[in-house]
Ligand binder design. Structure first.
Ligand code: SF4
Length: 66
C-alpha cells in the first residue's frame, strides 16, 4: 500500500485493488490526478472532501488511515 499524508490522517491506496473506474478522478479531480506524480495531491482539498471521496471508491483500493 502507498500512503499519502493529509493533516492527521493518511490516504491509503492499494494499486492491485484499483479497477481504474476513475470515480475518484471524476469526483475530486483537484486531488486524484492519474496522469501526475504523485497522483494523489492531498493538499488541494479539505480533509472532509477527501474522506467523502475515498468512501465512494468502488473497489476498496482507497482507504483512510487514522
Ligand atoms: S475510485 Fe478507486 S478503483 Fe476507481 S480509480 Fe480511484 S482508486 Fe481506483
Amino acid at each position: 500500500m502507498k500512503t499519502y499524508p493529509k493533516e492527521d490522517i493518511k490516504i491509503g491506496w492499494e494499486s492491485e485493488k484499483c479497477i481504474h473506474a476513475a470515480f475518484c478522478a471524476k469526483g475530486l479531480p483537484k486531488v486524484f490526478k492519474p496522469r501526475d506524480r504523485p497522483w494523489i495531491q492531498a493538499e488541494n482539498a479539505t480533509k472532509q472532501e477527501i474522506i467523502d471521496q475515498v468512501a465512494k471508491c468502488p473497489s476498496g483500493a482507497l482507504s483512510i488511515i487514522h
